[in-house]
Structures are given as structure tokens and as C-alpha cells.
Design a protein around this ligand. Structure first.
Ligand SMILES: [Zn+2]
Length: 617
């Protein structure tokens, strides 16, 4: 674990407002002094995820998740503290500190950067091959698909020659190691034959580039009829299929970016781009994932689904609609005539027609109802009932009552079923969905979308409450922090996490820096610890007179420490007694201390009683 300088951490955190960062993942609506939204850590229909801009923390009243901007990124991006900090630094344009001189960190970072370099170098190599003699066929293929030179260049397309070891040899000649080439998946190893060779051979190459311009991996398409038609790099330290999108590097730069278009294939993305739709992106050889949907949401929540018009495309569309909705995107569905795909539509009918199809796209609900209409025959009573029942299920997902009512009325007039009956069915569907949600909630699992089983509420002891409150007070600022630290003297808190907070506060004071909840939290690198502290910071603190309470809590902690010492002394003396008191001097000293302790504890008790009586008067 590298140790970033505190000043740098503070700088990065202060330039990443928690509301801005969370808004990239969650739609937040202002409410009172904070914001509410649908919790990204568990699935829910009513917003119980609260963000406080004032305190720079978030908390979910549904599942109990909580933290600061760093732990939020850790949770959403599935990364550790270091990567979360890098992400936030990059987001805010803060350069990485030079003096994170822990060797491991530097080494790891350099290694990762080298892998990206290898990919870039390899992309250049493939690109140059496309314009050489052996790439003639590939170039002809791309041209036959209607791609012009500008498009081919802006996507960095290339050609992997029809030989077993050319990328391998080339990259090794450039000084890269066998191990690295295998790691990024440019080469593969056949262990049985003891051979290492190029993954991509005789294919048109599509480099996959992320928003930061790094080459993550490749997709390769055959030029003939052989299989598989598309081959992708395997997941590697530089490439994760489920978390990136093809074309996003270019789509993200489109200005103004008012929407994204999600398509099925690389070719669709490229053709759309060429016809003036740079907003097109595609998933990477898998169906759309939650991470990809959230990635899109980070750019813009308006998404057009432009999947192929065939049966598989329609099925994928239904799936994508739900995933996009859950990620907070507003999706519309484009439909193409005659089972064509977007690439074909553009070439056959042109961009104006394509734009018209966008204008005529359907909302999620309309699309789903349309699919149902095709499935059931409304001429028969049975078909009518089945259709109305299924339609009620779709309408149950709608949050907007006005929109729902419009659909119900339409169904009423179309099917001749009373709106009351349809509403009854909607309510039933909602009840079932609610039950399913509850069932999901009760299941335990590592999946972060299922909620952890509610832990039995452990009643906190007076003692641990006192520690919690001291931590809370210290986070209020310098004056309080000094008060608490003075009161504690050399007493150590029991909870190791609390000890850490005390050390952090001491350090902040020494360096003459501000003390706040946010400052303390950003120095805690474990997500669970951050959550524990946020829970403590959120506790109600009830008191009439702060100074009295403070001395009560400090007294509680001092007594606890004394009691613990007394227990130790008792154990030691009785051990000595069992052994026949081999060391009389030691025994005498222990007894003496024990006596003093007992005395202190009993006078303390008396004083407290007196104090309580005084207070009552
Ligand atoms: Zn939650």
C-alpha cells in the first residue's frame, strides 16, 4: 500500500464534491439539506439513499451502506483505496504525487502502464500492416463495408497478418517480454505443444480504446466465412469486457452529447460514426452489463437502443431496457424495418431516415406493450385476458401515475376491460414484485445488490457509547478535539479503529490542519471502517450541557481503564500467591497499587453520586 501524502489526499477529496461524484452514478433529487436517490448498493424502488453535501457523506436507510466520496468510488468501481484515489485524482485533474515513493506502488503502476504501451504498440503494428501488401484483402474488406479512409484512421483499424508469430516477434524485437505479451493476451500459449503464438491471425483488427485513450485490447473480425466471426482479447489487467464499451472514447468527445446510441456490433458503431452519429457505442462481445449501463449513465442518461431487428435483437432489447432502467438511464427503442441492422439501414436509406427512426423511437413501456401485443391475440377472450394481465405487469413498473393512467385508459378502450380491473391487476403485480424484492433482501450473498442479512442489533454498552461520542466530538473541530484529547490524557481507547482516529486527530492538530469528519474519513483506507465511522458520526448525541456530558464520558472511559488495570493486578497477585509468592517485593508493590486503585475507584463512585445529587437539585 503506497502512502499518499495527506495534503494530496485532501486536495483530491476537496476537488471531488460528493454530490457531483455520486450524481455520475445515481440520479439525486434535492431534499432538505441533502439529496435522495435510489441506492446503488441494493435494489429498491423508493429512494432511501441520502447524500449530505455539508458533511460530504452518504448513507442508505435501506441497507445501511455509508461512507465518503472515496469509499463510494471503491464500492462502485470495485477497487481498493489506491485506485479509488487515482480515479478521483484523474477526475479532478490533480496530478499524482511524485513522492508516493513506496516501491511496490511505483512498480505496479509502471507495469500496468507498460502493458498499455504494448497494446498501443501492437495497434500501431496492425495499422501499418493494413496498408501494406499483405493487408490488401483486409483493406478491401473494410472498403466493401463502406468505410472511408477517415473513419478507418479515426478508429485505428488494422490487420493481423496471416502468420503465427508476427506480432509476437515484432513486439519482442521492441524489447517487450514474452510474459507481458501473454499477460495482455496478444499471444496465447499452447502448453501441450509448448508453443506460443499470436492470438489474432488474418483478421481485421478493431482496437478497443477507453475514455482516457488507452488501448485496452482488440476485437478481430475474420475476412472469410471462418469462425468465430469476431474474436476478442481475453480479460487481462488492461481489459475487462464487462466494464468497457467500444466507441466510448469517441462518443464521449461528441459535443454537445445529448444521448448515446447502443448498438450490437463494432461495425454498427463505425458506420454510425461515419454517417454523423458519433454517439454510438457497443458492448464487447457480451450482452449489455450493469457496469456498462452505469458507465453510459456517467456520460448521459438518454440512451437509444438500436439493436438488430431480428428475434435475438428484440430479446436483447428487452433485457437492455431493464438494465438501463436500473442504472438510471432513460432508454428509447429504435426499430428497423425488414429485420435490418443499423449498419444496413444507414447504407440503404441514409442518415435522414435514421434520424426519423430516432424520432419515432418508443419508450420502454410502449415497446414492451408492443411486444406483448404481438404475442397475444386480442380477438379471443383468452388472448385478451392474457394480454391485459401481462400489460398490467409492465405498467406496474411505471413510477409516473399520469403516464400509467394514460396507458390504462388506452387498454380499457382497446380491450373493453374496465380500468378498475386493470388497476387491480397492476396492484397485484406490484405486490408480487415487492415480495420478490423482500425475498431478495433476505438472501445472503457476496453480490452487492443483495442486502446483507440484517445484523441483530447489539445494544451498545455505556462504555462503547462513550467511546463513540468522544470520536464524534473530536470530529467537530479543533476546539472540541483539544478538549477531548486533554481529557483523555494518556488513556487509550479500547477500539483499535477509535485509536486510529485519535492518532489521526493528533496528527492533524500537530500539522495545524482543519479537523472535520471528512478529513478524518479520507485517512481511513478500509471501506468497512469508513462505514463504521459514518455510523458513529450519524448517531444522535443527546445532552443538556456538553461539558458535563464530556466529563461523564471521559469518566466512564477512565474508570474502564482503571477497572481493567485492577483485573490485571488481581490476576497477577493470585498467580504469585499460587506459586507461593517467590518475589515478595514484587507482590508488595502489586498489592499497594491494587489498594490505591480500589481507593480511587470508590472515591470516584462517591463523587459521582454526590455530583448526581447536586445536579438533581
Ligand atoms: Zn442501500
Amino acid at each position: 500500500m503506497p502512502w499518499f501524502p495527506d495534503e494530496w489526499i485532501d486536495e483530491v477529496v476537496s476537488r471531488n464534491d460528493i454530490v457531483d461524484v455520486i450524481s455520475e452514478y445515481v440520479i439525486l433529487k434535492p431534499s432538505g439539506r441533502g439529496y435522495f436517490g435510489l441506492c446503488p448498493f441494493h435494489s429498491e424502488k423508493t429512494a432511501s439513499f441520502h447524500v449530505s453535501p455539508e458533511r460530504q457523506i452518504y448513507h442508505c436507510f435501506g441497507c445501511g451502506e455509508g461512507g465518503n466520496v472515496i469509499s463510494f468510488v471503491m464500492g462502485m468501481e470495485h477497487v481498493e483505496f489506491v485506485e479509488a484515489m487515482e480515479h478521483l485524482a484523474e477526475r479532478a485533474g490533480v496530478p499524482l504525487p511524485n513522492d508516493t515513493d513506496t516501491k511496490d506502488y511505483q512498480k505496479e503502476r509502471e507495469e500496468r502502464q507498460q502493458l498499455y504501451e504494448i497494446n498501443r504498440e501492437c495497434a500501431r503494428y496492425y495499422r501499418s500492416k493494413l496498408f501494406e501488401e499483405e493487408g490488401k484483402e483486409a483493406l478491401a474488406y473494410l472498403n466493401s463495408r463502406g468505410l472511408d479512409m477517415r473513419t478507418i484512421k479515426s478508429f485505428g483499424l488494422g490487420y493481423a497478418p496471416d502468420r503465427w508469430e508476427c506480432a509476437r516477434e515484432y513486439l519482442k524485437s521492441r524489447g517487450y517480454e514474452e510474459k507481458q505479451l501473454l499477460e495482455v493476451g496478444i499471444t496465447v500459449e499452447n502448453k501441450e505443444k509448448g508453443r506460443i503464438y499470436d492470438r489474432f491471425r488474418n483478421r481485421a483488427m478493431f482496437p478497443i480504446i477507453n475514455q482516457r485513450g488507452l488501448v485496452l485490447g482488440f476485437g478481430g473480425r475474420v475476412l472469410d466465412g471462418s469462425l468465430p466471426k469476431y474474436l476478442n482479447s481475453s480479460d487481462s489487467p488492461t481489459f475487462s469486457k464487462s466494464r468497457n464499451l467500444f466507441g466510448l472514447n469517441l462518443a464521449g468527445k461528441a459535443r454537445p452529447l445529448k444521448f448515446l446510441i447502443i448498438v450490437e456490433g463494432y461495425m454498427d458503431v463505425i458506420t454510425l460514426h461515419q454517417f454523423g452519429f458519433p454517439q454510438a457505442v457497443a458492448s464487447l462481445g457480451t450482452s449489455l452489463t450493469e457496469e456498462q449501463a452505469r458507465l453510459m449513465r456517467r456520460y448521459i442518461p438518454e440512451v437509444y437502443i438500436a439493436y438488430d431487428g431480428d428475434a435475438a435483437g428484440q430479446k436483447a432489447t428487452l433485457r437492455a431496457l431493464d438494465i438501463l432502467r436500473d442504472a438510471g438511464c432513460r432508454a428509447r427503442v429504435m426499430q428497423f424495418p425488414d429485420g435490418l441492422d443499423p449498419d444496413e439501414v444507414l447504407k440503404k436509406y441514409g442518415p435522414e431516415y435514421f434520424r426519423k427512426l430516432m424520432d419515432n423511437s418508443q419508450s420502454a413501456v410502449n415497446y414492451k406493450l408492443g411486444r406483448l401485443r404481438e404475442k397475444y391475440d386480442p380477438e379471443t377472450t383468452e388472448g385478451k385476458v392474457d394480454f391485459a394481465t401481462a400489460a398490467a405487469g409492465v405498467l406496474a413498473e411505471l413510477d409516473n401515475p399520469i403516464e400509467r393512467d394514460t396507458h390504462v385508459r388506452e387498454l380499457e378502450s382497446r380491450l373493453g376491460i374496465s380500468s378498475r380491473a386493470i388497476y387491480d391487476q397492476i396492484n397485484r403485480a406490484q405486490a408480487v414484485a415487492g415480495k420478490q424484492n423482500r425475498r431478495q433482501r433476505n438472501s445472503v450473498g457476496n453480490n452487492r445488490n443483495t442486502i446483507k442479512k440484517k445484523q441483530p442489533k447489539i445494544l451498545k454498552s455505556r462504555y462503547s457509547k462513550a467511546e463513540d461520542h468522544l470520536i464524534q466530538l473530536m470530529a467537530q473541530g479543533e476546539v472540541m478535539a483539544r478538549k477531548v484529547l486533554d481529557g483523555l490524557g494518556n488513556i487509550t481507547l479500547q477500539d483499535p479503529l477509535h485509536q486510529r482516529v485519535v492518532a489521526i486527530v493528533r496528527d492533524l492538530l500537530e500539522k495545524d490542519r482543519d479537523i472535520s469528519e471528512a478529513q478524518i474519513l479520507s485517512r481511513i483506507t478500509d471501506r468497512e471502517d469508513v462505514k463504521k465511522l459514518v455510523d458513529i458520526f450519524r448517531q444522535e448525541m443527546e445532552y443538556d450541557n456538553l461539558d458535563t456530558m464530556l466529563s461523564d464520558w471521559l469518566g466512564q472511559i477512565a474508570r474502564n481503564t482503571l477497572n481493567k488495570r485492577r483485573q490485571e493486578l488481581q490476576n497477577e497477585t493470585s498467580t504469585l500467591e499460587r506459586e507461593g509468592i517467590p518475589d515478595m517485593e514484587k507482590y508488595r508493590l502489586l498489592l499497594q497499587e491494587l489498594q490505591q486503585l480500589n481507593h480511587r475507584l470508590s472515591t470516584d463512585k462517591l463523587e459521582r453520586r454526590k455530583l448526581r445529587e447536586e445536579r438533581r437539585v
